[in-house]
Design a binder for this molecule. Sequence first.
Ligand SMILES: NC(=O)C1=CN([C@@H]2O[C@H](COP(=O)(O)OP(=O)(O)OC[C@H]3O[C@@H](n4cnc5c(N)ncnc54)[C@H](O)[C@@H]3O)[C@@H](O)[C@H]2O)C=CC1
Ligand SMILES: O=C(O)C(=O)COP(=O)(O)O
Length: 527
Amino acid sequence: MYRVLICDPLSEEGIRPLLDAEDVEAVMNPSMSYEELLKEVSSAHAILVRSQTQVTREVIEHAKELKVIGRAGVGVDNIDLDAATENGVVVVNAPDGNTISTAEHTMAMLMSLARNIPQAYHQLQNKRWERKKFVGVELKNKTLGIVGFGRIGKEVAQRAKGHRMNVVAFDPFLTKEKADKSGVSHGSLQEVLQQADFLTVHTPLIEETKHLIDREAIQLMKPGARILNCARGGIIEEDALYEAIKSGKIAGAALDVFEEEPATEHKLLTLPEVIATPHLGASTIEAQENVATDVSYDVMELLRGGTVKHPVNMPSVSPETMEKISPYFQLSERLGAFLSRVVEGALERVNVYYSGDLLDMDTMPLTRIAVKGILQRHIGDRVNDVNAFKTASDKGIIINEHKSTSTKGFTNLVTIEIETDEEKRSVAGTLLNGLGARIVQLDQYSIDVIPEGHLVVIHHRDQPGAIGRVGNLLADHHVNIATMQVGRTILGGDAVMILTIDKEVEAVCKDALSQVAEINKVQCLTL
Ligand SMILES: NC(=O)C1=CN([C@@H]2O[C@H](COP(=O)(O)OP(=O)(O)OC[C@H]3O[C@@H](n4cnc5c(N)ncnc54)[C@H](O)[C@@H]3O)[C@@H](O)[C@H]2O)C=CC1
Ligand SMILES: O=C(O)C(=O)COP(=O)(O)O
C-alpha cells in the first residue's frame, strides 16, 4: 500500500484515479502545516503539492520511505531539488496543463493594466464615478517585450499578436529562425528592455533569473513603460520596481506573484499604479484538472515501477527509447552488481561499453542503472536511478559511457569495466533472444552464466581434480550445484569457475574452499 500525502488544494476530479486506486492510501490535508507535514511525511511514499507547500531539505530528510514528490504545476522552486536528488527522491511536475490558463491570465492582467480596470472598479465600489482619472492606453501598435519564450511566453505572444501588438522576445534558446516562425522579433535582453511598452517575464525562477529585471534593467526601459509578472516573484527586483513606479519611470505593474507569498502586506500593493492577483495564473477548473491528472499519473507510475512522463531531477526518456532499452535494464543492473562484488579495492572509474543493437540507442539510462547496481554493494538502497550519477560523482568516481563496434559475435553486448586503486576488472553480458540475460565474459574468460540467485566465483589453477574437489566440498556442506561454468585461456593456466547454487554458502564452507591447493580466491555473492 502506498501512502500519498496531498498537501495543497488539488482538483479532486484530477486526482480521482489516485484516490480510487486500491494500492493507494491517500492522506488529504490541503492546509497541512509545516509541523504536520514533518510528522506525516515520515511514512509517506509520495507527496503531492502545488506552490504553497515548502518541501525543504528537512522535510525530505524526515521522509524515510519517500519515492516521489509530485508538483501539480510547473514551478518547482518550492522543492529542494538537490535534497531530493541526494536522497534518491524523484520529482515530477505537470508542465503542460496550466500553460493556457496562465497565458490567458497574463492577457487579463495586460488589459486590466492598460485600462485601469481594477482601480476603476474599486472606485465604483466606493460609489465614485471617476472617468478622467482612468484614461488608459491601447495595446494596438504597442510593443510587448517577452522575456522567456517557453510554453507560456509563446502563448502570450500569439494572443498579443491578436491585439495587433508588436512582439519582441528574448530567450537563450530562441534563434532568429524560431522567432520568425512564431511571427515575433528576436532581440537580446537589452533590446527587449529598450523596445518594450509592456514587459512580461515568463522564465523559471533560478539563480540566473533571480532579479533579472533589476535597477539597471529598468533604467534601460522607456519612460512610462509597464511591467507584468505572472511567472515567479523574484525575477523582478521588487524594491527596484517600487522605486521606479514611485519616480514615475514605470507607469504601472501587474503582479500575480511575489518574492514572499502570501503577500497581503506588500508595499507594492500600496501603489495605485500596481494591480495584483494572489498567484491565480493556474487557477482555473481546466488547468487544475489537467495538472492534477498529469501528476497523479506520474506519481502512480513511479510508485508502481513504471516510467514517468515529466521527471524534473532526472533526464526524461522518450517512450520510443524506453521501449527499446527497457529489456536491458535488469542485465545492466545485474552486471554492475556482479562486478562490484568481485572487484577489490576502492572504486575510481567505471567504463560502460555498448555494442551491437545498442550502438544507436540512448543508453544513458542503462548506464545510470549499471552504476546503481555497482554502488548498491556499499550504499544499499540509498542509491537509486535518480541519484546514481550524483552519488558516484560525490564519491569522486568517474563514469564514462562508450559505444563499441566489438560485439564478440553477440547481437547486443553490455560491457562494464571497473578500475579501482588495486585492479581493473570487466564483465560482459548479453540478452539472448527468448532466453534472457547471460554473463558471457569475466575479464579474459568466456563463460555462460545466468546473472541471478546465489553465485560462487572461484579463481583457480587449471589442474586435474580442482573441479571435483569443489563439487565434493560443496556436497559435504549440503550445497546443491545448479550450474557450473569453467573458463580458461591456456591449458594449465589461471582459470575461473562460476557456480550457481541453490542456497547461500556459509562461512565455513567458503573457508574450506579457500583451503583447496589449486584455488586462489573464492567469492560468494547473491544477485
Ligand atoms: N502564476 C502562475 O500561477 C503560474 C506561473 N508559472 C510560471 O511561469 C514560468 C514559465 O512557465 P513555462 O512557460 O511553463 O516554462 P517553460 O520552461 O516552458 O519556459 C521558460 C522559458 O524561460 C527561458 N529562460 C530561462 N532562463 C532565461 C533567461 N535568463 N532569460 C530569458 N529566458 C530564460 C527558458 O529557456 C524557457 O524557454 C515559470 O516560472 C512557472 O513557474 C507557470 C504556471 C502558472
Ligand atoms: O505552475 C506553476 O508554476 C504555478 O505557479 C502554479 O502555482 P499553483 O499550483 O497555482 O500554486
